[in-house]
Structures are given as C-alpha cells and as structure tokens.
Design a binder for this molecule. Structure first.
Ligand code: HEM
Length: 510
C-alpha cells in the first residue's frame, strides 16, 4: 500500500484532486487550507540560481587515500587507506540552468570531502589556469562574457573586447577554444584542477605550497564541431548517471605538486599567479576518488550544495593567491543570499563532525541548541546541556581556543610590507600559452583557430572593432607567431598590423 498523502502538518488528505467549492458551480472556499498550501508551496519552489556555474550535476562517492602525505600536510584525510565520503558537482560557468551541456565553457569540478576534521572543498575547473589573477576583476570578467545587457543575446564581442586589455587570459582562452578542453566528450573524461596554490603545514609545523589536481582514469577527450552538432543537450548528465547506474563508476586520481617557500620564490613567474601552471613540478599521487551514487534528489544534492574555497581543514590553508583570497569571501556570501544563513546545516553541506558553537537562530534554524551559556567565555561550562566543548585557556578564563601547538591552531607565518594596490609581477602572459599551442597536433591547431575565429567574428548586428581584433591576435602572436598569424589570416586581418602591435607590447607583457 502506498503511504497516505498528508499535508505538511501531518493531516491525512482525503482528496488531492478536487478543490473544495461552494456547491457544484461555486467558487473555491478559503477554508481549503491544503489547496492553498499546495499552490503557495509550488509558487515558492525556485531559489536564486548561482550567479555563475548555475548549470550543474551532482554525484556522491568516496576518496581513498593511498599514501601517507604527513611529511607535507597533517590533513587527516591523507593517511594510507583512509576513506573519506565526497559529494561533488560538475558545472558549466556562464550558462543558465537547463542550458545545453555542450556549450563551450570551462567545466566546474567541485569536490566536498567530508573529513573527520570538517569539510574540505576543492572547487576547481577542468584546466590548470584561470583567466585573471586578481579577485577584484572577477565581476568584470563575468559581465564581459555574458549576454549583451541591451539585447540579452549571447555573442562574444564583450569577451574579445575585454581580452584586448587582459592579456593574462591568453593561456586560459587557448584551453577554452581547444578541441580537447573546450567541450568535453563527457564529464568522466575531464581532469579537475584546484588551480590555486594552497599553504600546507606538516606534523612538525613546516610549511609548503601545494597545488592539487585530479586526473581522470578515463582519460581526457573533447568533442569536435561535427560531434557537438549531433549531441543531445543533456548528454553529460545522461552519460554520468548512465555510467553510475550500470556500475561503471568513474574514477580520478588526486595528485599534489609540492614546493618549499624558497622553491616557490625561485619560479620564473609568481607562484601565486593563478594564470600559471606549475609546469615541470613533480606530482605526488595521493589517492583516488570514485563516484558511485546518483543522489536521491537533484534540488537537495545539486542545487542546495554550497562549495567554497573557504572550507579548509587543519593542514591545508590559504596561500597569498589574490584570487583565492577573494573567493574566500565571495562563496559563503553568495550562499547566505542563495540558501539562507543556515545553509551549512542542509544534508548535502553538513559536516561529518558534530557542530558546536554559539552561532544561533536565523531563518530555518534547526540544529540542536541547548544550555544556558550561548556565549564565550563562560564559567557555566559544567552545564551538561551546553552545546560547546569547553577548553580551559590556561589564564583563568574558560574559552574554546585550542592550545597553540594543537593541529587546530591557525598556521602561523610572517608577513610584512606596505598596504598597497599593485599588480602581480613578473607577469609573462604568453610563454605557457605558446607552449600549449605547440603541444597540439596540426589538426588540433586548426580546430583551435576555427573555434576562435567563429566567436571573434561577432554576430550579425554587433562586431568587435578591427583594432580590438588586431590586439587580440597580437597576444596570440606573442604566444606563438604561427598562432597569431593564422588567426589574423582567417579573420582577414593583415599579419603585419598584428606583428606591429605585438612588437609594441611592453616586455613585462611577455
Ligand atoms: C575571485 C574569483 C572568483 C569569484 C569571486 C568566484 C565566485 C563564485 C561564486 C559567487 C560562485 C557561486 C557560489 C554559489 O552560489 O554556491 C562560484 C561558483 C563556482 N566557482 Fe567561482 N569564483 C571565482 C573564481 C573561480 C576560480 C578561479 C575557479 C576554479 C579554479 C572557480 C570555480 C567555481 C566552481 C567550480 C563553482 C561552482 C561550485 C558548485 O558546483 O556549486 N571560481 N564562484
């Protein structure tokens, strides 16, 4: 017998198909509370979509650690054989919920590790570099890539106009327009890069800088234009869920690149510039992640999921990366707006560790609050019902500070300098883009050029100016003369103009 239908207060509903009316032809009666609640609840089914990465799909699984990484980080999940549950969400960046999954866009690769010391979120993308290196630029980057604010038509005039003054995007754009990375074969065939460097601290308090990335055991493959044209617009979700359903669980290996602070300083570029890949730095395999469960409900496990780079754990901390610093503010801010102040209590976001603190109340407060002492420090710590674990700080007061040598204490490091607003240096915006271009086969180079030309040409009613396109090509020329020349040629621009602009670019630009 199927369960009986009830309203949200538990009353059994006898008739869920006919509203209560005044007689056969009469109007609806206000006393039909179930009918009004049913409509009112439906009217409120939508919440704000994510401001970016709105189209996504979630899955659950487990991370199994294969090595002891404690020489570099005391993070508890990296103990040989340890299993940590994960929830993850794949996404596209610019496009809205329900948009075709084959649109050219970076793929978001967000993993929430539910560790025994709290949640660690690695919120990355499917290639190793980003488009800008300072968080203050992020809203401009996104606006320039979004539909025209007058017509709401998506073209790419804004993208290539913004790029003409943002050469640091040269590498990321080369990834985005390449056949291998721009439109993946499916979500199982992508890697996932944390992109930023993180500060790690080992069991002896020694500090390192580490980049994390996942490599797909399925390999990395993209779709070409012909394949995209014949691809179902929900293809990526169908493939992912179809594979999991068949027991063909996708897997990724997690790797770390580790540098000492001195080694980080000696790189030819700024180690904390997220437009740079740490090319050639040794990778250490930490373990593997397997996705083996389709979540029970899309809204509760994909839409209500809240990933944030601010979710770090003992042993993994923020580096000076100016993008990471900005993201630490932006994600929880967006999530308080999108999901409400108690969003971390939702099942998808809930930590595996019981929550004890005196933050209280607010919309949809539901976690257990007990005891008289809802503040710190307090002498009422013997109150058996208290929700907060008490620690004697040693100076007579009772508080919740951990002892200085505990793994939970903040990583201590020295900082100095003047308050300033200055660009990261040295820059070199082109060397890695050129290296990537030269790694492509002739067929891949041609596909890259064709993909770029199609979007740079603009739309029937809006085009970038010639000067803008010449400057764009000059950046690609600086990456590799063949790259810029071929692009200019296919856009009908004289190569000599591109060369001239490329020559005039200051040496700090590459
Ligand atoms: C300062 C730069 C950035 C800002 C301000 C920013 C901001 C945001 C915001 C507000 C969201 C929506 C969060 C939510 O509502 O749950 C988001 C989602 C996301 N961002 Fe960023 N972002 C930045 C850079 C990056 C970078 C560099 C990466 C990749 C390395 C990245 C990857 C993602 C991913 C994967 C998501 C989707 C997470 C999910 O699946 O829910 N973002 N970002």
């Amino acid at each position: 017998m199927p369960p009986k239908i009830t309203d949200n207060s538990g009353h059994i509903i006898a008739d869920n198909q006919n509203i209560k009316t005044a007689g056969q032809d009469g109007p609806a009666l206000v006393e039909d509370a179930h009918f009004f609640e049913k409509l009112a609840h439906f009217d409120r089914e939508r919440i704000p979509e994510r401001v970016v990465h709105a189209r996504g799909v979630g899955a659950q699984g487990v991370f199994i650690s294969d090595v002891d990484f404690s020489d570099y980080s005391q993070a508890s999940l990296f103990k040989k054989g340890k299993k940590t549950p994960v929830v993850m969400r794949f996404s596209t960046v610019l496009n809205r919920p329900g948009s075709p999954e084959w649109l050219r866009d970076p793929r978001g690769f967000a993993v929430k590790f539910k560790t025994d010391t709290g949640n660690w979120d690695l919120v990355g993308i499917d290639f190793p570099v980003f488009f800008i290196r300072d968080a203050i630029k992020f809203p401009d980057l996104i606006h320039s890539n979004r539909p025209d604010p007058v017509t709401e038509v998506q073209d790419f005039v804004g993208r290539f106009d913004y790029f003409a003054n943002t050469p640091e995007s040269t590498s990321a754009l080369t990834y985005l327009y390449s056949q291998k990375y721009g439109v993946p074969k499916d979500l199982r065939h992508i890697d996932g890069f944390g992109v930023h460097a993180f500060r790690t601290v080992n069991r002896d308090g020694k500090q390192y800088f580490v980049k994390f990335h996942f490599k797909s055991q399925q390999g990395v493959e993209g779709l070409n234009a012909e394949e995209i044209a014949h691809t179902d617009w929900n293809y990526a979700t169908k493939d992912l869920y179809g594979s999991i359903q068949k027991g063909n669980f996708p897997q990724w290996d997690l790797y770390a690149q580790v540098l000492t602070p001195d080694e980080a300083k000696s790189l030819p570029y700024d180690a904390f510039d997220d437009t740079k890949d740490w090319v050639g730095v040794k990778e250490i395999r930490l373990g593997s992640m397997i996705l083996n469960k389709i979540p029970d409900n899309f809204f509760q496990w994909t839409e209500e999921a809240a990933y944030s780079p601010s979710n770090m754990i003992p042993g993994i901390y923020a580096s000076p990366d100016k993008m990471l610093q900005g993201r630490i503010f932006s994600y929880p801010d967006a999530q308080r707006y999108r999901l409400g102040v108690n969003y971390q209590d939702l099942p998808v976001n809930a930590s595996a560790v019981a929550i004890h603190n005196d933050q209280q109340d607010g919309t949809m407060s539901s976690k257990t609050q007990k005891g008289h002492a809802n503040y710190q420090p307090t002498s009422l710590w013997t109150d058996e019902a208290a929700t907060v674990d008490q620690v004697n700080t040693g100076d007579g007061a009772i508080g919740t500070s951990a002892p200085k040598d505990s793994p939970y204490a903040t990583a201590v490091y020295s900082i100095s300098g003047r308050a300033q607003q200055a660009a990261i240096a040295p820059m070199d915006d082109f060397e890695q883009a050129g290296r990537l271009y030269r790694s492509f086969s002739e067929q891949e180079k041609q596909a890259l050029i064709t993909n770029l030309v199609n979007d740079m040409k603009g739309s029937s009613y809006r085009q970038a100016s010639r000067a803008t396109l010449v400057r764009d090509c000059a950046y690609f020329y600086k990456a590799d003369p063949d790259y810029g020349t071929r692009l200019a040629d296919q856009l009908g621009l004289p190569a000599k103009d591109v060369k001239e602009v490329a020559k005039s670019l200051s040496s700090t630009l590459g």
